[in-house]
Write a protein that binds this ligand. Structure first.
Ligand code: ATP
Length: 456
């Protein structure tokens, strides 16, 4: 499907339907941060849950973790972030706007078009905050710029607690913060966002192979979330683009409304991080450690399979942005259709497992107590399946309820009507979002019907 949706349209749709709002909007908005509304929260939770299921529940070689946002300064010193986690920034000498130096069209100011720009200079992207009651700058912590470091500094704890053998991974989802010079393109480049990161530890020498494998796994996973293969692309980063810790990185790009851009990066971080957080011992040589480490009290290593000498595993890291993921699945799903009578229908063709509301249950007559009681009973029964949010639609107008639910991506609408009461089988109408086809299903069969629908 050719995707001609503009970013403005998706932004206004997200506000109108309660998916995403500008943060602190009533005070003029805080630039580069967004709040998730009632439906956006469900969608984001569902995408995160799908990732967690694929990473942690469906495999036995990955464990989950949940570490803090506030991060010890030494963690981010030895990880290299204090020194190198920077973007090149320029100022416009005419309008004083500040922007990222890379990607400027024709080397001109993106606000006023002036060619008078300062020379690029590095700008560290980390947020620093006071830590504890004394506000004299001596006691501080960082808000983590990536969730990964929480995994690396807990490596020994995880090994001690789980006795994992290589290869194995640790998965984490959570907030990350970057003081982006120019936040833009809605959820795409923001200052507070969520990441879904896996650190997969492997024997050195097997890393290239595992890297390839994870690129393919992650590409396939995004397709399972409904992204069309023609809207996805793999792109290897050039030597100049690689982060300080990476030997090789392949990005998965998605065709966002503003163009093909990174949705997820899969990096070969080598032994850089575990090596950097390991107390320096003369005989230990790691691939690319930045700072000799006298601060750590740990050796982050495992026993080698061949002899008992400790080896520092290499790490393959698939790192995805949850907010970019939400924007991608929304963009892909948002569809405008012209119906027979010329009316327009907006339908959000989300994969059922991502839909904010799984099913809407409506009584055809909201003043008929028998019908409303039956509809409420159906809602309770479906809720018991544990598939997610089931909504009781207290509406008198079924046509409007269908359209509203199409627009927010509800895959099934179930209507209890007068026939339900009379029919010995107690059938109700099940209406499908994408085809708009309707069928009658007996209430007694509904549990199986819905379960099959959501597992197929
Ligand atoms: P970019 O080149 O777009 O700045 P990056 O290469 O710095 O991204 P990584 O450090 O690889 O990004 O982070 C992993 C993932 O986190 C990215 O693929 C992206 O999905 C997400 N991410 C990174 N920065 C942001 C941001 N400012 N806003 C939203 N998501 C982000």
């Amino acid at each position: 499907m050719e995707n001609k949706l503009s970013l403005e349209e998706i932004v206004s749709f997200c506000k109108r339907r309660g998916f995403i709002f500008q943060s602190s909007e009533i005070y003029g908005g805080l630039q580069g941060v967004y709040d998730y509304g009632p439906l956006g929260t469900e969608l984001k939770n569902n995408l995160r849950a799908a990732w967690w299921r694929a990473m942690v529940y469906e495999r036995d070689d990955i464990e989950g973790l949940d570490t803090t946002i506030l991060t010890h300064p030494l963690t981010l010193r030895h990880s290299g972030h204090e020194d190198t986690f920077c973007d090149q920034m320029v100022d416009c000498c005419d309008c004083k706007a500040r922007m990222r130096a890379d990607g400027l069209a024709g080397g001109k100011c993106e606000k006023c078009g002036s060619a008078k720009l300062t020379a690029p200079r590095p700008f560290n992207l980390m947020f620093k905050t006071n830590f504890g009651p004394v506000d004299d700058g001596s006691s501080y912590a960082y808000l983590r710029p990536e969730t990964a470091q929480g995994i690396f500094v807990n490596f020994k704890n995880i090994m001690d607690a789980t006795s994992k053998k290589l290869p194995f991974g640790v998965a984490q989802t959570g907030k990350a913060f970057r003081n982006e010079v120019t936040p833009k393109n809605f959820l795409f480049r923001v200052r507070e966002f969520e990441q879904m990161e896996l650190e997969f530890f492997v024997e050195p020498g097997t890393d290239d192979q595992w890297h390839q494998k994870w690129v393919q796994e992650r590409f396939d996973w995004w397709i399972k979330q409904g992204l069309a293969p023609e809207n996805l692309k793999l792109q290897k980063q050039t030597a100049g683009e690689l982060a300080h810790y990476s030997k090789a990185t392949t990005d998965i790009l998605f065709k966002f409304p503003h163009g093909f851009e990174e949705l997820e990066g899969i990096a070969n971080r080598t032994d850089f991080d575990l090596g950097s957080h390991t107390k320096t011992q003369d005989e230990q040589k790691f691939t690319a450690r930045v700072n000799p480490n006298k601060d750590s009290n740990a050796q982050l290593a495992v026993q080698g399979a061949k002899d008992n000498r400790p080896i520092v595993p290499f790490v393959i890291e698939p790192s995805a942005g949850l907010d970019r993921g939400v924007l991608a699945v929304l963009t892909q799903a948002y569809t405008k259709e012209v119906l027979e009578k010329g009316q327009e229908r907006i339908v959000l063709k989300l994969k059922p497992h991502l839909a904010p509301v799984k099913a809407a249950v409506a009584p055809l007559a909201r003043n008929n107590e028998k019908i409303t009681a039956k509809a409420k009973q159906v809602k309770q029964a479906l809720l018991g399946l544990g598939i997610g949010r089931i909504k009781y639609e207290d509406t008198g107008n079924i046509g409007k309820a269908y359209r509203r639910n199409d627009e927010i991506g509800t895959p099934l609408c179930l209507t209890v009507d007068f026939d339900t009461l009379e029919d010995p089988k107690e059938t109700i109408t099940v209406r499908h979002r994408d085809s708009m086809k309707q069928e009658r299903v007996a209430i007694a069969d509904l549990g199986n019907f819905v379960k099959n629908y959501f597992s197929s």
